[in-house]
Ligand binder design. Structure first.
Ligand code: DQA
Length: 143
């Protein structure tokens, strides 16, 4: 039961970002809660800020046949065809957004990486990460 959890640029700075939009929990707090809530899952957590680093990590995962990925690509959601192409090689991708991305600025409505996701959770803050794990477990994507 392995899940790779990738958080993209600026998600390490939630302390400094608008709490009305992103909530009050940091990703480190969320990751700890995930480990507590799902002790049988072997999580690998990464903050990756550069597009190429994210692609490298996804490719490594694909080559090792570990294809359960939960990703919040941050701003790359709206710009990165390259991350989308990497994610399209994975069988089980769930995308998470803390905020209500579709009801913010116009440019955030345009979501590229989302096309690789079996499921997307938005607008439920940190709960999105918990729902994403439950989704992978409930649909027996985790082997
Ligand atoms: C985000 C939404 C993105 O538009 C933004 O660039 C982020 C965070 C979210 O979790 O709501 O950095 O992915």
């Amino acid at each position: 039961m392995k899940i790779l959890v990738i958080n993209g640029p600026n998600l390490n700075m939630l302390d400094y970002r608008d709490k009305k939009i992103y909530g009050t929990k940091t990703i480190d707090m969320i990751n700890k809660e995930l480990m507590n809530q799902f002790p049988n899952v072997d999580f690998e957590f990464f903050f990756l800020f550069y597009e190429g680093e994210i692609i490298d990590k996804i490719q490594m995962y694909v080559k090792n046949k570990n294809e359960n990925i939960i990703i919040n690509p941050g701003g790359y959601t709206h710009t990165s065809v390259a991350i989308l192409d990497a994610l399209l090689m994975c069988r089980n991708v769930v995308e998470v957004h803390l905020s209500d991305v579709t009801n913010r600025e116009e440019f955030r409505k345009y979501m590229i990486t989302t096309h690789a996701a079996k499921k997307v959770f938005t607008n439920i803050r940190e709960q999105g990460y918990f729902k994403a794990v439950e989704y992978l477990i409930d649909n027996k994507y985790i082997i």
